[in-house]
Design a protein around this ligand. Sequence first.
Ligand SMILES: C[S@@+](CC[C@H](N)C(=O)[O-])C[C@H]1O[C@@H](n2cnc3c(N)ncnc32)[C@H](O)[C@@H]1O
Length: 196
Amino acid sequence: MSLQGIVHIAQQTMQRFLTPGDIVVDATVGAGYDTSFLAKSVGPKGHVYGFDVQEEALTRATDTLLKADLMDRVTLFNAGHETMADHLPPETHGLIKAVSFNLGYLPASDSPVTTLAETSLAAIETAMKLLHRRGVISIAIYGGHPQGQIEQKRLKAWAAGVSYDEFRIASYEFTNKARNQETLLLMERARPQTRG
Ligand SMILES: C[S@@+](CC[C@H](N)C(=O)[O-])C[C@H]1O[C@@H](n2cnc3c(N)ncnc32)[C@H](O)[C@@H]1O
């Protein structure tokens, strides 16, 4: 038995919110591992909308999804997550059960493209508007590189300022990890009966 890393906690938490047939968003498709996880979780009647700004990521993710026979329930957009409201069908607005952000660089790639605090924040604020009333937003942030450190600082400061009466935001990290700190933010809408 050991304590779990942020990706496990993120997936376990999203799993608890999801039921077959749900509509979800993978805001950072990358190599498609999270997209595959989400596609399995929502089943053949559900749908995953995925975003990435890199063609290389979408090609790799498509390959992964096709091999796992999951592409039938996935739509991928070569677009920034900050534009998600323009790409998601209007009838899905307010019904998105989970939005997954796994910030940073495309794994196993030489590409210098990484997520940026400004656009990540814009996307998270959009996701909050599109979220189902019983939905969850998961944000994994990696402080092992300069942009990641900026993103971590900005997003944690932003999260601390979000009204507790509107959204609950939990944070998970190894508090005594000095290098390459990883942070997971988990968000849900506050419900009247959980006010405290
Ligand atoms: C850490 S990776 C994601 C890992 C992925 N979820 C997986 O399972 O492999 C971060 C991804 O975010 C993408 N990205 C960077 N800026 C973005 C933006 N504005 N909108 C959407 N994706 C972006 C990068 O291209 C990269 O592929």
